[in-house]
Design a protein around this ligand. Structure first.
Ligand SMILES: Cc1cc2nc3c(=O)[nH]c(=O)nc-3n(C[C@H](O)[C@H](O)[C@H](O)COP(=O)(O)OP(=O)(O)OC[C@H]3O[C@@H](n4cnc5c(N)ncnc54)[C@H](O)[C@@H]3O)c2cc1C
Length: 288
């Protein structure tokens, strides 16, 4: 999403842009059955949003090529991105490599994704208004999801593999006070129940839960090793850059979920992209 959106900004600023993509157009959002929180798109599938974005970027003149960037190197004239299919030169680089959600690893998880299994409470919580859901995880994301879902859903079960939560204390206290949140620890999800859609869970403690939705909040995994020669990475592997989206290498910018930040959504990715793309254009104006 961030790659194509940055192309829109840079192309409209008169620059030629190549987007390198290793999997599919649109990134994570292309896998979402429904998006209802993107401004001016009341309800749209992630696939359609991605198609529209692709159409908008390429009709303005951006190019897209498929390739897995394995490393980026600084040269005398700019940068070169290496892929298995060849090298691509550029005078400035915007890294928008995103993240993927850590999976439970339970059988049928992929099959039931979008049919009761979700990885984003803010994105999909509203689809479970008045229903019974469970959240898996013990960090800030999981506990924030439990608080968020408790305001929408009838019942929330918070499942964590340890007795202690990693989340900040105030969040743990907040969750414990919520009447419609039940905490089940220590427990892991052993089996996802249901035919065409999720109908429940079987836990490692033998309990069977009847459910409408399951929110898996056990972390987002970045994949930024290919860029480590040019950028600083946090302990978790996110690219360390502030709101100006500059990395430690002049001419290299970062946008979207792969950047160190608190909230990872389409709108925050779009905000980064605007800053990063205009930063890249400004860099090119100053140095060419
Ligand atoms: C199921 C789901 C539902 C969601 N629903 C919503 C929602 O309703 N509202 C909302 O605001 N947000 C939602 N989100 C979050 C939103 O999708 C992300 O915040 C947003 O897509 C981030 O965009 P991005 O471009 O930074 O990253 P990504 O979408 O992850 O895109 C990164 C792209 O970079 C490519 N890439 C990575 N490394 C390389 C490499 N080395 N070489 C070449 N290509 C590479 C990847 O293949 C990917 O296509 C949802 C996420 C998911 C998974």
């Amino acid at each position: 999403m961030a790659g194509l959106t940055s192309a829109i900004y840079a192309v409209r600023a008169g620059r030629s842009v190549l987007v390198l993509e290793r999997e599919g157009i649109g990134g994570q959002i292309a896998t979402s059955p429904k998006v209802e929180n993107y401004p001016a798109a009341a309800s749209i599938s992630g696939a359609e949003l991605s198609d529209r974005l692709f159409e908008q970027a390429t009709s303005l003149g951006a190019e897209l090529d498929f390739g897995d960037v394995t490393s980026v190197e600084k040269t005398e004239t700019g940068f070169v991105a290496h892929t298995e299919d060849g090298d691509f030169e550029a005078r400035s680089v915007i890294i928008a490599s995103g993240v993927h959600h850590r999976k439970l690893g339970t059988p049928r998880e992929e099959e039931l994704f979008g049919r009761g299994v979700s990885y984003c409470a803010v994105c999909d919580g509203a689809f479970y208004k008045g229903k019974r859901v469970a959240v898996v995880g013990g960090g800030n994301t999981a506990l924030s999801a439990a608080v968020f879902l408790a305001g929408i859903c009838a019942e929330v079960t918070l499942i964590h593999r340890r007795d202690e939560f990693r989340a900040e204390r105030y969040l743990v206290e907040q969750v414990k006070k919520l009447e419609n949140v039940r905490i089940v620890t220590p427990a892991t999800v052993e089996e996802l129940l249901g035919e065409d859609k999720l109908s429940g869970l079987r836990l490692s403690n033998g309990e069977e839960l009847a459910l409408d939705g399951l929110f898996v909040c056990i972390g987002k995994v970045p994949d930024n090793a290919a860029f480590s020669a040019l950028v600083d990475l946090t302990e978790d592997g996110f690219i360390d850059a502030g709101e100006d989206c500059h990395t430690r290498t002049e001419g290299v910018f970062v946008a979207g979920d792969c950047r160190k930040k608190e909230v990872r959504q389409l709108t925050t990715a779009a905000a980064d992209v605007c800053v990063a793309a205009l930063g890249a254009c400004d860099y090119l104006n100053r140095f060419s």
